[in-house]
Write a protein that binds this ligand. Sequence first.
Ligand code: FAD
Length: 315
Amino acid sequence: MSTIVVFVEHKSGSARRASLEAVGAARATGMNVVALATGPGAGELAAQVGAAGASQLVAVTGADKYSPDGCAADVVALVQSSGAKAFLCANTSAGKDLLARVAGALDCVPFADCVELRCEGAVFTVRRPVLAGKASITTQSDSPVLCASLRPNTFAVASGAGAATVSSVATKGGKVVVASIAAKPDAKLDVKEAPVVVSGGRGLREAPHFKLVEDLAAAFGNAAVGASRAVVDAGWRPHSEQVGQTGKTVSPQLYVAVGISGAIQHLAGMRTSKVIVAINKDAAAPIFKVADYGIVGDAFEVLPALTEAVKRARA
Ligand SMILES: Cc1cc2nc3c(=O)[nH]c(=O)nc-3n(C[C@H](O)[C@H](O)[C@H](O)COP(=O)(O)OP(=O)(O)OC[C@H]3O[C@@H](n4cnc5c(N)ncnc54)[C@H](O)[C@@H]3O)c2cc1C
């Protein structure tokens, strides 16, 4: 049976959900899935990657500090030694970096931000959004190894698939090492991975009014706060929350856009959300063209009422 190598990101032995989605997508092709993880705690991921569909976990040792080029060398070595037909990772910051390095080293085409992956015979087919999300392109890979990153929140995480055997391998090491990571003081959900995103725009008029957006996000319990570029440029919200062409691409189960007009650059980052709700006082705002549900109204009246309704529904 052919093999797919999947890079699994984790935090001290707790796998990132987007990586488990990549394991699930690999498993869905029917191929043998080998997960590779690096850094302290990598060896503790066996149960998680096994349940998600991997038959084997390769824990890279000697890589206490993450090295992008070292990790790429470790992945390439595993792909070559296992004769893998594909390498997959999540389309996160680290995943995008790794994809380019691995594809370059293997002399293969990198397919970034895929939202569909199929394998028929020995041929892989991937689908990716293009033109700022206005279209998608379906491509068949003729590279000897398919190298692809998968958009978070797009593929399902399998559960109870089985157990993964664990083996370890020493890192090849790299020239670049991440010396330290400054963790954010709060442990907020990232917009890219949250199942619900509540985003605010210039319609909220000033920064303190974002409290209304935060309240709705808190009422959902599993939501992240997002923002349009207009409010990020105005300094109301951090760039880490910006959704769109020059911000983050999100694909949550539910995206709520409040006081956001729906400029093409914003749509580029959120139009693949499963359900889109728009709240805007202008019935002609372009955001309504992509919304599944629209509320034409004043955000300052709609948000408190919606927050109370969500709280009641979840009580
Ligand atoms: C190269 C480039 C890259 C860009 N990248 C991004 C990007 O990544 N992300 C992004 O978001 N933008 C991006 N932009 C900017 C984009 O073009 C828009 O300017 C921006 O998205 C507008 O933000 P907004 O919808 O919050 O503000 P506006 O366009 O000003 O819209 C405000 C909306 O709020 C509504 N409103 C006003 N008052 C209320 C109220 N009381 N209740 C309800 N609704 C109300 C209005 O009807 C209006 O529709 C980019 C632009 C360029 C040129």
